[in-house]
Design a protein around this ligand. Sequence first.
Ligand code: ADP
Length: 281
Amino acid sequence: MTATRTPTALVPAAEPAATVAVRMEQPFISITDLSVVYETRSNESLVAVDKVNLNVNDGEFCVIVGPSGCGKSTLLKVLAGLVAANSGQTRIGGESVAAPRDDIGFVFQSATLLPWMTILENVLLPLKVQNRPNRAGWRTHGMELLKIVGLEDFANRYPSELSGGMQQRVGMARALAHDPSLLLMDEPFGALDALTRESMNAELQRIWMLRPKTVLFVTHSISEAVFLADRIIVMSARPGRVIADVAVDLPRPRDVAILDSPRFTEYSREVRSHLYAREAT
Ligand code: ADP
């Protein structure tokens, strides 16, 4: 969708132009005509997402906003291989998603840490579950991640000893433990108070700049979306469809002062107008 096109005149003559065009334009994530229908307990069919098309480039920070129940989480679950689509195609790195993948990090609204494990053990859990090699290096790796999220002094503490914001940082470190190529974040800061949420957004941006990844981040908050995104995908109410795709061209790193800038306000207004225009129809 946003891939740069190479002018045909620059394509070497020996390589067929069509092949080059496909390779140049292949996005990291490609979702084509994706529909998901749930069977409810009362045996009704509920269309959660309807013919969604979305391409995301490698390394892009893409934020999805939309009304509650429009299928944002469903979209992430399809990408993670946790929910099967009824029709359409989902590809990551050119491969069709058919089952749960181990090259994805998932951060949920609740940190979902295991209370009987220390913070470091929680961070290392994906390596254990995936039976990754180099066990001797795990601890150093985990401590590096805890340092990145500013919690190296809490490695031997337990989740109940940490605040909600700190627990979410552990959740981020855990999601990065197996060095995934894709980070899926489903309202990770939705349960935090407004001030903590703002500082977590700045934290996330810092971590993402240190460890660049393709990110798909779901939120209800327009300012969170503008602060974090390279691109904002706006979805309609259920059945969710993509109704706008807004490129956010603000310099990074962004700090909280940017929230008061005219360009920030302009982007927020644009996203809001798409959300409310749809509601009014
Ligand atoms: P969002 O993340 O945008 O709030 P969801 O993807 O969680 O939306 O849900 C989209 C719609 O699908 C909602 O109406 C929700 O009630 C419904 N839904 C989600 N999961 C299931 C499920 N497992 N079974 C039946 N309906 C579901």
